[in-house]
Structure formats: structure tokens, C-alpha cells
Design a binder for this molecule. Structure first.
Ligand code: NAG
Length: 223
């Protein structure tokens, strides 16, 4: 009986994990009340997401954003890509909807380096160009493909993935996420440019290289 209960509890825990996502909405809308953030901080009230605006004050602008209508300005010449987000921080009406988008623009041969979104799966649609994209499973299997204009590809939640422009022409993608705020962790930046730094000996041991090579990588990644 005890063993049965243990299995049941384990299954329940995994089931919750498997379906964990942005929470479902409890009302028509809960437009993020950005003006109350300061007051809420003063009062020490913490909420999962944002508190709602009074519904009598919501406007079409709360559900609108023009920020991904134009290509993002590519300023990082080493990577040659620029992501532009369209999430709850840009669109207050997304609060509690479990949904957001972004676009990424690529210079010729530009790279969106390996990264994870801890809170969302992602589906990309190629607007322009041709990209080599892929993700890596927790069994270390690379699932990759070349995708072209109008084609889509999916990156499962939490798995490391990347996108590389294959051609000497610009490229661009639109991305959809099942979270109002997917979060992005760039793997190289997280490991080598965090503040405070991950100690050199930790990284040297993890990558099985000399500490002086860690410094070289750090310097190369610092913008
Ligand atoms: C929302 O605004 C309306 C109109 O100003 C007001 O009557 C109502 O009391 C407000 N609701 C809350 C919860 O503040």
C-alpha cells in the first residue's frame, strides 16, 4: 500500500510537471496595471505576473504593439542577429493569456546563439531567407533542419536551441510562445559573462580546458 501511494504521489508530481504552463485565466482580461507596480512594491505585495487594470480603463492600445513591424537594428557584429520581443512587458493585454511573440532579424550568416526559454515552447515562421535551426534534447540528440520562407519549426520548452542564417542575404523569423514572458537564457553569456562571475576553476573543470582559455572566452564574449 505504501509503495502504491509512493508511485501515486510520484505520478501526480510528474503530471503537474508535465502540464505546468502559464496559469489559465480566471476572467475575460487582466490587462497589466504597470502604473501600480511601484505602489505594489512599496506595499510588499508580490503576484505571479501583474495585477489587473480596472476594466473600465482598458484601451485598444493595451492590446496593440507596432514594435515588431520593422526589422530590428543589428548592432552585435560578431553574432549578426537581433531579437525584438513582443511580450507582456510591451503589450499589457497579454497578462494571463499565456501567449507572446518575437521577431529575430539576421545579417548574412548571422547567428542567434544557443539559448533556452525556461517558460515556453516556441514555434518559428520564416519571414525571409533560409536558416539552419536546431534544438538538443536532454539525451543530447540534435534535432536540426534547414527551414525556408513560409516554413515553420518548433523548439520544445526549456531545450537549448539556435538559429543560423545559411546565406549571404538577410533573414528574419517570427516566433510564437506559449507564455506571456518566456524568458531567455543565452548559454554562453550565462556561463561566461554572469555577474558575479562563475569561478574560472568551475568552468575550466566543466569544459576540461585551462583557466587561461576561460579568460579568453570571457573577453571575447564581453560586448
Ligand atoms: C472601476 O472603475 C469604475 C469606473 O470608474 C468604478 O466605478 C469601479 O468602482 C472601479 N472598480 C474598482 C474595483 O476599482
Amino acid at each position: 500500500m505504501a509503495a502504491f501511494m509512493a508511485v501515486f504521489v510520484l505520478l501526480a508530481v510528474f503530471a503537474i510537471g508535465a502540464f505546468a504552463n502559464d496559469p489559465d485565466m480566471l476572467q475575460d482580461v487582466c490587462v497589466a496595471d504597470c502604473t501600480s507596480v511601484l505602489l505594489i512594491n512599496v506595499l510588499g505585495i508580490l503576484v505571479n505576473g501583474y495585477t489587473c487594470k480596472n476594466i473600465s480603463t482598458i484601451t485598444p492600445e493595451d492590446f496593440f504593439f507596432a514594435g515588431i513591424s520593422q526589422p530590428g537594428q543589428i548592432t552585435n557584429n560578431i553574432l549578426g542577429s537581433k531579437g525584438t520581443k513582443a511580450n507582456v512587458k510591451d503589450i499589457p493585454g497579454l497578462n494571463t493569456l499565456g501567449l507572446s511573440m518575437s521577431r529575430v532579424d539576421f545579417a548574412p550568416y548571422g547567428l542567434n546563439p544557443p539559448h533556452v526559454h525556461p517558460r515556453a515552447s516556441e514555434m518559428i515562421f520564416v519571414l525571409e531567407g533560409e536558416l539552419y535551426v536546431g534544438f538538443i534534447t536532454t539525451n543530447n540528440k540534435l534535432i536540426s533542419k534547414v527551414v525556408k520562407v513560409g516554413e515553420v519549426f518548433v523548439f520544445p520548452k526549456g531545450l537549448a536551441h539556435f538559429l543560423k542564417n545559411m546565406l549571404k542575404y538577410p533573414a528574419a523569423i517570427l516566433a510564437a510562445f506559449n507564455s506571456q514572458l518566456p524568458g531567455t537564457q543565452q548559454l554562453a553569456a550565462a556561463l561566461f559573462t554572469s555577474d558575479p562571475s562563475v569561478p574560472n576553476d568551475v568552468l575550466a573543470q566543466a569544459f576540461n580546458i585551462e583557466e587561461k582559455d576561460i579568460e579568453k572566452i570571457r573577453v571575447g564574449l564581453t560586448p
